[in-house]
Design a binder for this molecule. Structure first.
Ligand code: EPS
Length: 414
């Protein structure tokens, strides 16, 4: 069993569709309670443009759920675009007059956007055909699917949160005391950062970029806690969970880099300052790790592409958005003459929202790894399988065996 999803939908089309497969039967799922709050979180954040004042994203469940519970069938979710009202002619599915086709035509591709490469690849004359689907509006459908994954992971006691660690050149300090509920703390900040002092400078940076007709990117961090050791595998390249997480996160619009745990900093240090020493605590999380744990978590919760039971920590770099109110130079697709790139309504910074999308992609990847390891057509069956694994981990973790004096290897491995 795998947890998979697909989306369809254009930014100013009728709406977005999310088709989620692999969810076992018997999962309680209520759109207003489980999906809509996540969609609302994605719409927030300082630096967003006029569009978010138009939309009030909500998910309509059209298949796969009956009387508040999944039935094991594919789940279809719809998020309607309110802005569609203003685009019915330009974005109509039906054939239209030539003059209508000129409406909202885009022939000045933006450097950094999919506009030009899309026009070349799909043999379109109007970059509107490209940007409508390339738009980050699609991430609403990802967050809807991610909310289903989060609901499933919650059954195992796994939770996922995020926060902004850098916006442009402004770096946030890590709090001295980590909040119990990461999202409750970060959602309270307009930039979803845990450093109130950096938050002020981030707001100033967004204001300054806006004034200059410019945009800003940054870095957010996603943290998943409560995972058992043993998800993912080292045995084949495409089963390594760190690779799968990095791919899922890099697939989000405008993301340019992913670090796991210490990430690139690890490349600078000696091994002794990187690797996390192991200890055993019979009072520790025996059901998740057999009682083994780390004195720190530089590995970001993954060794050999497998969860260690420590929090999974991914940091993701987002480039500045490519729609600039003071545009860069480009080429007019019709005349091939040098011209300013198109200026479209857009955001100055969307990093706060990107963190919420990052949570969704991590949730989907982890839900997939959970189903891969434990299987189950119903939630009851899945949880029975999880329980069996946990009991075994706990039993083996607490079992004491005599160390053999004849052991030829001193390494303790063998
Ligand atoms: C986007 C441009 C803006 C953003 C949009 C992504 O939309 P519009 O062109 O309608 O002003 O608001 O993001 C969303 C609509 C959203 O829901 O996040 C782009 O070009 O990618």
């Amino acid at each position: 069993m795998r947890f998979t999803f697909r989306t369809a939908g254009e930014s100013h089309g009728k709406g977005l569709v999310s088709l989620v497969e692999g969810v076992p039967a018997g999962l309680e799922l209520v759109a207003e309670r489980d999906i809509d709050p996540e969609l609302r979180r994605r719409q927030g954040g300082y630096g967003r443009g006029g569009r978010m004042a138009i939309e009030e994203d909500r998910a309509e469940i059209v298949a796969g759920v009956r009387l508040g519970e999944t039935i094991g069938a594919p789940i279809a979710l719809l998020v309607w675009n309110k802005d569609w009202e203003n685009w019915q002619t330009a974005m109509a599915a039906e054939p239209r007059e030539a003059s209508d086709r000129e409406l909202r035509r885009v022939h000045l591709p933006r450097p950094g956007h999919a506009d030009l490469v899309g026009v070349l690849k799909y043999r379109r004359d109007d970059a509107r055909d490209i940007l409508e689907r390339a738009s980050a509006r699609e991430t609403a459908a990802r967050v809807a699917a991610g909310a289903v994954a989060k609901r499933l992971l919650a059954e195992l006691g796994v939770s996922i949160g995020s926060h902004v660690v850098r916006l442009g050149a402004v770096e946030a300090r890590r709090p001295e005391e980590w909040p119990d509920d990461l999202n409750a703390a970060s959602d309270a900040s307009p930039l979803r950062t845990l450093d109130p002092e950096a938050e002020e400078r981030m707001i100033d940076a967004v204001d300054a970029a806006q004034e200059d007709g410019d945009t800003l990117g940054g870095v957010f961090e996603v943290v998943a806690t409560g995972l058992p050791a043993g998800l993912g595998s080292y045995v084949s390249w495409d089963r390594k969970l760190d690779g799968r997480l990095a791919g899922a996160l890099m697939s989000i619009h405008a993301m340019k880099g992913v670090e796991i745990g210490l990430g690139f900093e690890a490349a600078r240090r000696r091994g002794s300052r990187v690797h996390d020493e192991i200890e055993h605590d019979p009072e520790g999380p025996v059901e998740r790790t057999g009682g083994y744990r780390r004195l720190r978590n530089n590995a970001g919760g993954l060794e050999g592409g497998i969860t260690t039971g420590e929090p999974v920590v991914c940091r993701v770099a987002m480039k500045p958005l490519s729609t600039l109110m003071k545009p860069l130079k480009s080429v007019d697709l019709r005349t091939k003459e040098r011209a300013d790139a198109i200026r479209e309504r857009s955001d100055v910074a969307a990093l706060a929202a990107a963190g919420v999308v990052g949570e969704a992609m991590v949730a989907i990847t982890l839900a997939d790894a959970v189903l891969e390891k434990f299987g189950g057509d119903s939630v009851a069956e899945l949880l029975r399988n999880v329980e069996g694994y946990r009991d075994d981990l706990a039993r083996r973790g607490l079992e004491l065996r005599e160390a053999s004096s004849e052991d030829p290897y001193e390494s303790g491995v063998g």
